[in-house]
Design a protein around this ligand. Structure first.
Ligand SMILES: [Zn+2]
Ligand SMILES: [Zn+2]
Length: 433
């Protein structure tokens, strides 16, 4: 399900880090030895066995992160991102695996387009990447793709991200066919007749600024529909980029009733509100839009209590000339791979809103479970998927530092606390900084 370039595995010993693996209930100062890409020993004062030694006193070693929602813009917009640049950006952000959305040019709706992507990933992906295929042909919402064939060809899941599946009847059939294909649906929930032409969250700020509103109910009404269909068909589904309090309440209620639904939330929806739009910076324009403080608090609480099990960046690179236009004319989306941990550590962990353990779990094991990956773990016998973090280190976000081909970040110029010092993905050191 994941594809990367083939490269030799490595042997290293990470010495003296605080090793934190919330899923394995490990939290201690330990050494970790990796033999040929596999965790061989975890203990105190390990022998180096001739391996390269990484001195990590004062640093935190955790399972590396997984991002279930990335736009790699390939094929079609390689000026904005490529598999190579996007996976390098992910490695710099501490990720050991990412999943790419199919709303490319052309759309990933056939085995041929998917096969070409997989071939490119095998040549240039720095870290393992999985590809979602479209639910409907051309993401037009009219006709289902050949889900069985796409699954056999390597699709990790199915999504029309960027667009909702408007027809309830088609969504029902998509649930049925995805079950046969053995892959999950990942849904961008938006009722277009309610969101139409909306530039930002509908509320006091949109009224003041005179922008067309995109109300919360445009998201929650579709989430309600899809959760009901999932319950009726008894099939699992994943809800992309939750933004509204009502959506979270619907998800929590459905989960309590036994619906196998998962949800994700982005760093920008966890850290910002519609107040940020007063800056008229096109780097705070995204779909779904930044919502109210009440919504933001509900998202933080849902991430804390596990109703939302995963953080996803929805990394959406855009060319500078397309973002540097008036707010109303700018496309939706912001980058996020290289800043996700630092942003959430700074805005949620440092002020005490979310424990560090919870953030690590939601960015690694929780995110891995969305599409059924084995969660990264710091245990003997597991492939080395590790991130070495300096939680005290602070840095300023600048355009020059990005490995991504785009720099439409809402964090430009900000000082953040929390730095990725090293990333190990599937047994290879893929980033050191
Ligand atoms: Zn979306
Ligand atoms: Zn997206």
């Amino acid at each position: 399900m994941l594809y990367a370039k083939t490269a030799p595995k490595e042997s290293i010993v990470v010495k003296g880090a605080r090793v934190l693996d919330p899923a394995a209930a490990v939290d201690d100062v330990l050494d970790v030895r990796v033999d040929n890409g596999v965790i061989a020993e975890v203990g105190t004062v390990l022998q180096a066995n001739g391996h390269r030694v990484v001195e990590a006193g004062g640093l935190l070693l955790a399972p590396a992160f997984v991002d279930p929602h990335v736009h790699l813009r390939t094929p079609g917009r390689e000026d904005e991102e490529t598999i190579e640049s996007g996976t390098k950006a992910a490695a710099a952000g501490g990720f050991c695996a990412i999943f790419a959305m199919p709303n490319t040019e052309p759309v990933v709706d056939s085995a041929a387009v998917l096969g070409a992507l997989i071939e490119t990933a095998r040549a240039e992906a720095e870290i393992p990447v999985g590809f979602l295929a479209a639910i409907t042909k051309g993401q037009q919402g009219g006709e289902l793709t050949e889900m069985g064939e796409l699954a056999d060809s390597g699709a990790a899941a199915f999504s029309d991200d960027g667009q909702p599946v408007q027809s309830p009847g088609l969504m029902r059939r998509a649930l049925q066919y995805s079950a046969v294909a053995g892959r999950r649906l990942a849904l961008h929930c938006e009722e277009p007749t309610l969101s139409s032409a909306g530039q930002m969250h509908e509320g006091a700020v949109s009224a003041e600024l005179g922008f067309a509103g995109y109300p919360s109910v445009a998201e929650s009404v579709m989430i309600g529909r899809d959760l009901e269909l999932a319950a009726y068909e008894d099939q699992p589904l994943h809800l992309l980029h939750l933004s509204a309090k009502e959506s979270v309440e619907l998800l929590g209620r459905a989960q309590a009733e036994g619906v196998r639904a998962s949800g994700e939330v982005t760093p920008h929806h966890l850290c910002l509100t519609d107040e940020a739009v007063r800056s008229l910076d096109s780097n705070v324009k995204m779909n779904p839009p930044l919502r109210s403080e009440e919504d933001r608090r509900a998202l933080v609480e849902a991430l804390r209590d596990g109703t939302i099990g995963a953080v996803a960046t929805d990394h959406a690179p855009h060319a500078r000339h397309e973002k540097e236009v008036p707010f109303e004319a700018a496309p939706f989306g912001v980058t996020g791979l290289e800043t996700a941990f630092a942003a959430l550590h700074t805005h949620l962990v440092v002020p005490g809103l979310i424990p560090l353990e919870t953030l690590i779990e939601r960015m690694s094991a929780g995110a891995a479970r969305v599409y059924g990956l084995t969660p990264p773990a710091i245990e003997v016998g597991a492939p080395a998927n590790l991130v070495l973090l300096d939680t005290a280190g602070s840095w300023r976000v600048t355009e020059e530092a990005f490995r991504s081909r785009s720099n439409n970040s809402w964090l430009l110029g900000q000082k953040l606390q929390g730095q990725v010092r090293m990333t190990v993905a599937n047994g290879r050191v893929v980033h050191e900084g």
